[in-house]
Design a protein. Structure first.
Ligand code: NAD
Ligand code: UD1
Length: 338
């Protein structure tokens, strides 16, 4: 069993990963500045697992705060979620995104080196494939410049980590390229709690369902897809969380830097999300079709075979599970953790 530092562990994906790590018998230290999360999520993680974790409030850009964590705890591996993730906002305040995501990652790597901890799982995104390849995306496809600053930070960090691993064979790094995480823990105790108007589809749908928003706007219905709306690869957040547990185990045994897609490999359309959500949950989602959103690709989904072959990880949850669990969380927590 390992002692794992989870940066950004109070957030959406981080909190679900803490549950899976604790359930698998690992020790967890969460390091988070709570800029986009609540300590309540961590209280619920401990309640759900009946296990305790250590919480340190701090910022990954602060070297001395990080050093202290490594001094106080004998960490075996780090899972690095901390960072900013709103695509639109990253266009307005790029330097803030570079600071939290890129500088923050550099500070973390330096603190790890200093403490001789060389095992890292990094939250990357399928956005690093850019727009030039076509679905299903494989890990060895060439990467290209994402069309937004958030995606750019993920590409830069991936490349930085690869170079660090090339220069020093002690590093063992997993780059997990997430597709579209949705859903929530079955209990409805933890889930996604976006601040302000959601940018992503799923929280928008659940907020319409719960009456916080009037209607869903579907961006474009003239795409060359089965029903004219965009297709994405939605992955249940609990499956995604479990992928981190498999990745940590793999990395503790091997060295080098390796990328894995984390998706189901199944293209699901936006209209299919709305219709299946209505059917599974018995609620209506008033919807209108509007113009395409700039920067959206028609279809974006994974070839997820490498993760299955090399990590032994395979998604277990269906689309119906994702939509039922998203709704269960939103219904029980109409205003998130507030
Ligand atoms: P989230 O915002 O819920 O979680 C991120 C956490 O990091 C938050 O708890 C926040 O308080 C913390 N944080 C932010 N800046 C920090 C800093 N400087 N120091 C310490 N803590 C800081 O986001 P999430 O959806 O859980 O995403 C987790 C990671 O996965 C992010 O790196 C994100 O870019 C990546 N990712 C997310 C998605 C998605 O759709 N949710 C897709 C691909 C990749
Ligand atoms: C977006 C980001 C991507 C980021 C990912 C996770 C863009 C172009 N891409 O991916 O870089 O890694 O989020 O944070 O922003 N949709 C609607 N109505 C809505 C919201 C969304 O129709 O109100 C549609 C979109 O047009 C898209 C699909 O739903 O076709 C999924 O959208 P979203 O949840 O924002 O994810 P991505 O665009 O795939």
């Amino acid at each position: 069993m390992a002692k794992i530092l989870v940066t950004g562990g109070a957030g959406y994906i981080g909190s679900h990963t803490c549950v899976e790590l604790l359930n698998a018998g690992h020790e967890v230290i969460v390091f988070d500045n709570l800029s986009n999360s609540s300590e309540e999520a961590l209280r619920r993680v401990q309640k759900l697992t009946n296990k305790s974790l250590v919480f340190v409030q701090g910022d990954i850009r602060n070297q001395s705060e990080l050093d202290l964590v490594f001094q106080d705890h004998k960490i075996d591996a780090v899972i690095h979620f901390a960072g900013l993730k709103a695509v639109g906002e990253s266009q307005q305040i790029p330097l803030t995104y570079f600071d939290h995501n890129i500088t923050g990652s550099i500070q973390l790597i330096k603190a790890m080196e200093k403490a001789s901890v060389f095992t890292l799982v990094f939250s990357s995104s399928a956005t690093v494939y850019g727009e030039h390849s076509s679905s299903p995306y494989k890990e060895d496809f060439p990467l290209s410049m994402p069309n937004n600053n958030y995606g750019y930070t993920k590409l830069v960090i991936e490349q930085m980590l690869e170079k660090a691993a090339q220069a020093d064979v002690r590093w063992s790094i997993a780059l997990l390229r997430y597709f579209n995480p949705v859903g929530a823990h079955k209990s409805g105790e933890i889930g996604e709690d976006p601040q302000g108007t959601p940018n992503n589809l799923m929280p928008y749908v659940t907020q319409v369902a719960v009456g916080r928003r009037e209607k869903l706007s579907i961006f474009g219905h003239d795409y060359p897809t089965k029903d004219g709306t965009c297709e994405r690869d939605f992955i249940h957040v609990v499956d995604l969380a479990k992928a981190h547990v498999f990745a940590v185990i793999n990395r503790l045994k091997q060295t080098g830097c390796r990328a894995w897609n984390i998706g189901t490999g199944m293209p699901i359309s936006v209209l299919q999300i709305k219709e299946t959500f209505e059917k599974v949950n018995g609620v209506e989602i008033p919807t209108i079709f509007v113009e395409r959103r700039a920067g959206d690709l028609a279809a974006f989904y994974a070839d997820a075979t490498r993760a299955e072959q090399e990590l032994g990880w395979k998604p277990q949850y269906s689309l119906e599970d994702m939509l039922a669990d998203s709704w269960n969380w939103q219904k029980q927590n109409p205003n998130g953790y507030n």
